[in-house]
Design a protein around this ligand. Structure first.
Ligand SMILES: NC(=O)c1ccc[n+]([C@@H]2O[C@H](COP(=O)([O-])OP(=O)(O)OC[C@H]3O[C@@H](n4cnc5c(N)ncnc54)[C@H](OP(=O)(O)O)[C@@H]3O)[C@@H](O)[C@H]2O)c1
Length: 426
């Protein structure tokens, strides 16, 4: 047995104990949840620097038993054991999905237990309601790990950037699709082959729809957009397109223009006119933009504030310990604020988004070669893009900046449009 400097701390059989230790529970002992439990042991000293009393994970709730785990004695299967233990002051929900995560979170908050989560599905669907319940019960609901995994972005948005008028957020928010686009770009492999590779490496789910159709990135830009305006941006209201229609030919065209295709979540607010556009879609990103160099499973969030100018937050958007690190940092904040609410400005008032047809973009377009003359007359800023490997019957061009609605009007006058991808400006 060894003793520590704080509050008569004892370490017995590797387990730390002192009378003032803050007791926590972990819901879901999977990838992230097991990382949270292990992190408290691995980084015990740095946890102590932040919370001198220390934090002990008293319970782990899961469906399964973990007989070979050193934490087997903490595993429980009945949520009421956690709820009815008055010692529990902090909980992390790393089960995922909406139910029973929502019910458990709500019940814990109603008992004054602070909850920290990596569950973006739940945060995007019920964030403001859970924040309100937390406030009413003098506890906190924190969700740093729900966007960008280990990248600190929620806390900076909520605190460091509070005095700013944030006008633009552009995020590479899904590691799976960024990995896929990087491999297509660098190794010339087809979408189908790269998806299989991502699944074999454990980056993509067996059912990859949420990633490749953009739903995951859409939920995350909905959360960031809500924090940007303090109201609720519903992800169902955001135009959402994934990468499933991106071909090797599109990637080759982008490369010939010095660009790379990335799935982006974009949120743009004009604070004077009140317009607010949000979109999830693949974009051709120029080499001069900081997001161009974000490769493989990495995520990044580019933020523009009216005073601070451009910022970029970059790091691992997923993975056991990067994500657990963000969850634990929230748990430590809650441990330091027992009996108090850590405010996050996000009300359940619905934010009306502007009509996306009125937003302006530049576009990359592929058409049959026979339509070239007509297209050059129709589209403002028409500029041909040539590619040696392109099919002989095809032409491609970029447009100048034009409203989505004007673009649609022009495109309707062509006999066929094979592909349209937006261009991100510098
Ligand atoms: N993995 C990442 O890198 C990452 C990154 C950022 C955010 N997230 C988010 O974090 C959350 C957790 O992800 P994960 O990858 O850790 O998932 P996971 O590995 O599937 O872990 C979830 C755990 O919760 C358990 N569980 C499910 N339903 C339960 C219930 N009703 N009661 C008790 N336990 C239950 C599961 O048990 P069974 O296995 O028996 O079902 C599993 O052990 C998700 O919302 C995910 O989107 C994950």
């Amino acid at each position: 047995m060894t003793t520590g400097a704080f509050f008569n701390t004892y370490v017995t059989n590797g387990k730390e104990w002192n009378s003032k230790m803050i007791k926590a529970a972990v819901l879901g002992f999977g990838t992230v949840g097991s990382g949270v439990v292990e992190l408290f042991d691995i980084n015990r000293k740095s946890v102590r620097r932040r919370v001198p009393e220390g934090v002990e994970v008293k319970y782990i709730l899961d469906l399964r038993e973990f007989p070979d785990s050193p934490y087997a004695d903490r595993v429980v299967h009945d949520f009421n054991i956690i709820l009815d233990d008055p010692e529990i002051r902090v909980m992390c929900e790393t089960m995922g999905g909406k139910e029973p995560a929502f019910t458990f979170t709500k019940k814990a908050l109603e008992r004054g237990i602070s909850v920290c989560t990596s569950n973006k599905e739940l945060v995007a669907a019920h964030g403001p309601e859970l924040l309100r319940i937390a406030k009413e019960n003098n506890c906190s609901y924190l969700f740093e790990a729900s966007v960008g995994g280990g990248i600190p972005i929620i806390r900076p948005m909520n605190t460091s950037l509070a005095p700013e008028y944030i006008t633009r957020i552009i995020g590479i928010l899904n590691g799976t699709t960024n990995y896929m686009m990087t491999r297509m770009e660098q190794e010339d492999i087809s979408f189908e082959d790269v998806l299989k590779q991502a699944q074999d490496r454990g980056y993509a789910e067996r059912n990859p729809e949420a990633d490749i159709e953009g739903h995951d990135a859409c939920r995350k830009i909905a959360i960031l957009s809500s924090l940007m305006c303090g109201k609720t941006v519903r992800y169902e209201d955001i135009p959402c397109e994934g990468i499933s229609r991106i071909s090797m030919l599109d990637v080759a065209y982008a490369r010939s223009m010095g660009r790379a295709i990335k799935l982006l979540g974009i949120s743009e607010r004009d604070w004077q006119t009140g317009t607010f556009y949000v979109r999830t879609a693949p974009y051709m990103v120029p080499a001069s933009h900081p997001l161009h160099g974000v490769e493989d499973v990495f995520n990044a969030v580019f933020v523009h504030g009216n005073l601070v100018d451009n910022l970029m937050f970059y790091g691992r958007g997923a993975g056991k310990f990067p994500t657990a690190s963000a969850v634990v940092s929230d748990m430590l904040d809650c441990a330091l604020n027992i009996g108090e609410n850590i405010p996050i400005r996000w009300s359940d008032e619905k934010m009306e988004l502007s009509d996306p047809a009125l937003n302006s973009s530049r576009f990359f377009v592929r058409i049959p070669a026979s339509e070239k003359e007509k297209a050059s007359r129709l589209f403002r800023g028409y500029e041909e893009v040539s590619l040696a490997s392109a099919p002989a019957d095809e032409a491609a061009f970029t447009t100048g900046s034009m409203k989505e609605s004007s673009f649609e009007d022009c495109a309707r006058q062509l006999s066929e449009v094979r592909k349209v991808i937006r261009l991100l400006e510098d």
